[in-house]
Design a protein around this ligand. Structure first.
Ligand code: NDP
Length: 468
């Protein structure tokens, strides 16, 4: 029988990789994980340059709103001003604490963490280019019965003149000086979130999107409503807009637009999608099948076409969300090493993935958009509520909230639930459980509200807006 150094070798120390390594080790497997630990520690995009720092900056931006809105509640005095360096320092401290937590969890479960870049040399062997303690380069050959590719993704910036002057979400958290004028290019999660956040922090933000409306794929009404709220909050959102070139001039960056206008900016943030991190992994040499932009192709068990090599998370370019990578990692571990004691093997469903966009106001959504539901079920019933949140009756803010339910008329099942408004992510998470359980509109109707909250609107919408 062939013996290997490890039962599982994980390439990548992000959400999916760390979860898989830790859980496999807890099941008694011999596990190693390779990650290049440089300026960024363990935890991948989510911890270092994604979800966590983004949410912290979103909180920071909300304080500006809160300070303004407090006047209506009787608070007096001038608003505080942002110290960008303090925010950056405190964020960095928290991120390095989290890096430490991840490291502690891995070491505590017995995972061998290798600081280096791993490359596949055969179906069962890898070379890890390591950095020795004295700074010299070394390398280590290892073998493993199973290999998991969990290398995530990286921002993609299209080619155009002046591309070298723009930044991505990897750079935006640590800009040396606060950008008073920020141009954001893109209309997806990242572009909308950073446009909102920097607008809240005090930048003059122009967001350029190439299409008719931001957040393609989301419910149309939600897209339009959010765009209007973002514009009301101060984001200069320009649709059907594109960049020709970016030039560095004495007074900042000059962004030449397709319509002939020029914008001046201190920073230009490109949030035009992410591509899988596959360069140098040796996937082609070993014959791992790859799709568009190098995405690792996997079957329903997260197995590539090469036996014993698996992949989860953003490197598969399917649903690029941390909880999805975590879920996929746990399915792989249960398959390979058995489920946790007394628990059934985990499965992963992609039909009701709740998600939030941390714009100001937030978007929260689970299930199908109106258009998707109409296509899938034919007859749908819609419920909709739009209102000014109680807080804003005194705050002076004109922000409005939209909530929407999409119901399959034939079965009465709620198949889509959408919200634009404060804490939409927090609210939608709970409703996602009900949706996963197949709740009908009648179940929503029989649920009592919590008064006074915005969330209660989801259980008090009585009259459909459109039938059929
Ligand atoms: P998205 O794929 O969501 O959006 C990319 C945007 O860039 C789209 O608006 C797209 O336009 C536009 N775009 C693409 N190529 C070009 C181009 N060449 N020129 C101009 N515009 C272009 O990617 P993001 O980078 O925003 O985020 C990546 C993923 O990360 C998301 O899909 C999401 O899964 C995840 N994420 C999740 C978050 C959360 O859960 N809150 C937060 C941040 C990211 P078009 O629509 O026309 O194609």
């Amino acid at each position: 029988m062939t013996t290997y150094d490890f039962d599982l070798f994980v390439i990548g120390g992000g959400s999916g990789g760390v979860r898989a390594a830790r859980m496999a080790a807890q099941r008694g497997a011999r596990v190693a994980l390779a990650e290049v630990l440089g300026t960024e520690g363990l935890g991948g995009t989510c911890v270092n340059v994604g979800c966590i720092p983004k949410k912290l900056y979103s909180y920071a931006a909300h304080y500006a709103e809160a300070a303004e809105e407090a006047h209506g509640f009787g608070w007096e005095g001038t608003a505080p001003t942002l110290n960008w360096d303090t925010l950056k320092t405190n964020r960095a401290k928290e991120i390095s604490r989290l890096n430490g937590v991840y490291s502690h969890l891995l070491h505590g479960s017995g995972v061998v963490v290798m600081n280096g870049f791993a490359r596949l040399t055969s179906e069962h062997t890898l070379t890890v280019a390591t950095l020795n303690a004295d700074g010299s380069a070394g390398h280590q050959e290892v073998s493993a019965q199973h290999i998991l590719v969990a290398t995530g993704g990286t921002p993609h910036v299209p080619h155009f003149s002046g591309r070298e002057h723009v930044i991505t979400s990897d750079d935006v958290f640590d800009l040396p000086t606060f950008p008073q004028r920020l141009v954001v290019v893109g209309g997806g999660y990242i572009a909308c979130e950073f446009a909102s956040i920097f607008n809240g922090l005090g930048s003059r933000v122009t967001q350029l999107y190439r299409g008719e409306q931001v957040l393609r794929g989301f419910d149309d009404e939600i897209r339009h409503f959010l765009a209007a709220e973002m514009a009301k909050a101060g984001v200069d959102l320009r649709l059907n807009a594109g960049v020709v070139s970016v030039r560095q001039q004495g007074d900042g960056l000059h962004v030449l637009l397709e319509d002939g206008n020029t914008l001046q900016a201190d920073a230009v943030l490109y949030a035009t999608g992410r591509v899988p991190n596959v360069a140098g992994l040796g996937l082609d040499a070993v014959g791992v099948a790859q799709g568009a932009q190098g995405a690792v192709l996997v079957n329903a068990q997260y197995q590539t076409n090469v036996p014993h090599i698996y992949a989860v998370g953003d490197v598969t370019a399917r649903v690029q969300l941390t909880p999805v990578a975590l879920g996929e990692a746990m399915v792989v571990v249960d398959q390979l090493f058995g489920p946790a004691a007394g628990k059934p093997a985990r499965t992963m469903g992609y039909d009701c993935i709740p998600t939030a966009i941390f714009t100001h106001p937030n978007v929260g959504t689970v299930g199908l958009s109106e258009a998707q539901a109409r296509e899938q079920f034919g007859h749908i019933t819609l419920y909709r509520s739009e209102f000014r949140a109680l807080k804003h009756t005194l705050s002076g803010s004109t922000e409005r909230t939209l909530m929407k339910l999409v119901v399959d008329t034939a079965t009465d099942r709620v198949v889509g639930l959408h919200m634009v408004g404060a804490e939409a992510g927090e609210i939608v998470q709970g409703f996602a459980v009900a949706m996963k359980a197949g709740a009908t509109k009648a179940v929503f109707d029989s649920t009592l509200g919590i008064h006074p909250t915005a969330a209660e609107e989801f259980v008090t919408m009585r009259d459909p807006v459109k039938a059929g």
